[in-house]
Design a protein around this ligand. Structure first.
Ligand code: CAA
Length: 698
């Protein structure tokens, strides 16, 4: 036996205890341990076997770190079949999360008991695969085809009570898993309860699998694992169990060999790695219970909403009582959303808006705050004024944060008497919804202030990424480059609608022009004006058609028109007929002859621009690791998760080919397409971005 599974005998019951922290993942040792444990119980006279997990959980799934490596026998399907086929009565006692392979093991045992807080699910499609150890064959037999399809396609976790209703577990009991499991197994033995192999149950009822497949494929925006899983469940309904298992394995292996699986696994580990910074090891964050927010516009109100929902008290500072009331209205509106979705009760809503939130118009009200975030107008002089006033009142040790999206945090810090306490916390709008937080570390920011930024992000349920100071930090800097690439393609002959469609087909939640309409065209207009005032590089390609739209009062969704016309509502966009003539006039004025672009070329150029700038951001140390860029784009910019992020995508394409393309684009536009030194270096050394991630983790 391996150490990963402990063996114990209590009377005629053999107990197999999983002891593979942190989540009892079903790696090689655990699989061998289960096989050996069942065999030992069978030979040493036991009548029943109880399986449970030590620590926080029953088995949370296959060991994801083994994916992509050569499989080592026994595989999990074999283990599950062995457990189910045992002549002994086999029982699972579940706590924590029985996910993926974990639930598949449970479904191969004959009875299942769980504590009330246990959750179960088959989240494999979220990792780009499908349940590969009988989950698609056993779950529909136990819970019915429709319920199984729902769980397998969405990957959602369900609580014990829902699992009980579906027949996935047989009983819920509070207590230690070992104790409730032993009592239940004893009871079953005393009753003479029969073994109950799920594989011997009737095949589940068929549904219109083709229709489900089509609708799931469409909803997946290019992601194939959920739709493929439908075909595996179909096999459960149409084939004998053993053949259904074979079909499941084939489909599982097909998915295992896809880039999508690699992208999703990269996302899984990167979202956990992103907040782990060597520099913060052992650094304690400062205490956080009361925060201040300066400015109650959309962003400030969103930040306040997120903070209130996380249990922090919030003082909202505005210029006038009327503006403060308006801010409160915005916060209450946001919280109404949480109330409607059942996330908070009416009493909680009342407590958050009336007790946890304080309105103020005097900086003195911020004197007790542990952390203050300003979310005022995006202009350096305005920010400096705010920080001067804040510096005068904030208590010693308070963290002073700016939500600027591109301004120099060092300059802002320099107006205070305590630059070590100043940090950038760049939220994304709507801040109570969007998952990304850029923690912008200035030259003099103290490590415990950085740790506090990450602690706040964690508390608010955000994915926090460390960024250095530069124009636009990680995300907006890269955005500005790939947006410029899209603007260039328009001048050269593509239309905004073709570009949006090509990128949405690639998997982006929205194309760049639809995004611009959503964010407000006035934002880009202000940036263009600022950059022109600062002096454009003489080689830059400027254009004014978007300015003309703004001058006409068309700022996108909020005014009903931008690149698109939203007369029929925000979700039913149609091209604004004024846009193409404006673009044609611009091309004519600049003497540019339009050419045709294929969708493939659009995607390639756009992605190449994104990768090249991302490589510069990593090379300059603005992002510490490639995975920090990947997570920024995934959680803040609608990048398709199943592609892992721009630098994971680049690795999967092959860096040499990408660099060649960038060099060929650079012949037309040497300034814009200048290859990133880091990209050139990696190609020269035959390495890729993931190698850098691995080196950083080592
Ligand atoms: N394999 C390997 N490592 C895993 C893992 C897994 N299945 N699940 C979690 N871990 C690791 C995490 O990477 C993390 O490691 P570090 O501490 O080094 O970062 C550690 O375990 C703790 O995980 P979390 O930080 O996520 O802890 P949590 O308490 O917030 O969440 C969890 C626990 C709900 C189990 C969550 O980790 C999770 O959802 N895990 C994935 C579960 C899953 O998808 N299982 C299906 C696997 S695929 C499968 O089973 C295929 C099949 O059909 C054969």
């Amino acid at each position: 036996m391996t150490d990963a599974i402990g063996y114990e005998r209590i009377g005629d019951i053999a107990i197999l205890k999983a002891q593979n922290p942190p989540v009892n993942a079903l790696g090689y040792d655990v699989r061998v341990g289960l096989m050996d444990g069942i065999a030992r119980a069978e030979t040493d006279g036991a009548k029943a076997v109880l399986i449970y997990g030590e620590g926080n959980t029953y088995f949370a799934g296959a060991d994801i770190r083994e994916f992509g490596q050569k499989p080592k026998a026994p595989g999990l399907p074999e283990v599950c079949d062995r457990i189910e086929a045992s002549p002994l009565l086999v029982v699972s006692a579940m706590h924590g999360t029985a996910l993926g392979g974990g639930l598949e093991v449970a479904l191969s045992t004959h009875y299942r008991i769980a504590v009330p807080s246990a959750r179960v699910g088959l989240p494999e499609v979220l990792l780009g695969i499908l349940p590969g150890a009988g989950g698609t064959q056993r779950l529909p037999r136990v819970a019915g085809t429709e319920a199984a399809l729902d769980l397998i396609i969405t990957g959602r976790h369900i609580k014990a009570d829902e699992a009980l209703k579906l027949g996935v577990i047989d009983r819920i009991e509070d207590g230690a898993p070992r104790d409730i499991g032993l009592a239940y197994t004893r009871e079953l033995l005393d009753q003479g309860a029969p073994r109950r192999p799920v594989s011997e149950m009737d095949a589940p009822a068929p549904v219109d699998f083709d229709a489900v497949y089509d609708s799931v494929l469409k909803k997946g925006r290019g992601q194939i694992s959920p739709a493929t899983a439908v075909r595996a469940v179909q096999a459960a309904a149409e084939l004998p169990f053993a053949e259904g298992m074979k079909r499941e394995r084939e489909l599982f292996m097909d998915l295992m060999n896809t880039d999508q699986r690699e992208g999703l696994i990269h996302a899984f580990f990167s979202e956990r790695a992103v907040g782990k910074l060597p520099e913060l090891k052992g650094v304690e964050p400062r205490p956080l219970s009361a925060i201040g927010v300066i400015g109650g516009g959309t962003m400030g109100a969103g930040i306040a909403t997120a903070a209130l929902l996380s249990g922090l008290t919030v003082t909202m500072l505005e210029m006038t009582p009327e503006a403060a009331e308006a801010a409160k209205g915005r916060i209450a509106g946001n919280l109404q959303g949480a109330l409607k979705r059942g996330k908070i009760s009416p009493e909680k809503f009342e407590a958050l808006t009336e007790k946890a939130l304080t309105l103020a118009t005097d900086y003195g009200a911020l004197k007790d705050a542990d952390l203050v975030i300003e979310a005022v107008f995006e202009e350096m002089e305005v920010k400096k004024k705010v920080f001067t006033q804040l510096d005068a009142v904030a208590k010693p040790g308070a963290v002073l944060a700016t939500n600027t999206s591109y301004l120099d945090v060092n300059q802002i810090a320099a107006v205070t008497s305590r630059p070590a306490d100043v940090i950038g916390l760049h939220f994304f709008s709507p801040a109570h919804v969007m998952k990304l937080l850029e923690v912008v570390v200035a030259d003099r920011t103290a490590p415990d202030v950085v740790a506090t930024g990450f602690a706040l992000g964690k508390r608010l349920g955000k994915i926090s990424v460390r960024a250095g100071v530069c124009d636009g930090f990680i995300g907006n800097r890269i955005l500005s480059t790939y947006r410029t690439c899209a603007d260039h393609m328009i001048l050269d002959g593509a239309s905004p609608y073709q570009i949006d469609k090509a990128l949405e087909d690639f998997g982006f939640a929205m194309g760049p022009f639809a995004v611009a309409d959503l964010a407000g065209l006035d934002i880009g207009w202000a940036v263009r004006k600022r950059k022109r005032a600062e002096g454009l590089d003489p080689r830059a390609r400027d254009s004014s058609y978007a300015d003309t739209l703004c001058e006409g009062g068309h700022f996108g969704q909020k005014t009903g028109k931008g690149y698109y016309d939203y007369a029929a509502g925000p979700r039913s966009r149609v091209p604004n007929p004024d846009v193409l003539p404006l673009i044609e006039a611009e091309r004519a004025a600049q003497g540019l002859a339009p050419r045709a672009f294929t969708d493939e070329e659009i995607v390639r150029r756009y992605m190449a621009a994104m990768v090249n700038e991302s490589a510069k951001v990593v090379g300059e140390g603005i992002a510490r690791r490639p995975l920090d860029v990947d997570m920024t784009l995934l959680f803040g910019y609608g990048f398709p998760r199943y592609r892992g992020g721009p630098l994971k995508w680049a690795d999967l394409q092959g860096l040499p080919g990408l660099l060649e393309d960038i060099k060929s684009y650079a012949k037309e536009d040497p300034y814009f397409w200048e290859p990133a030194p880091l990209l050139e270096q990696l190609v020269a050394e035959g390495r890729n971005f993931d190698d850098l991630n691995k080196e950083a983790a080592a």
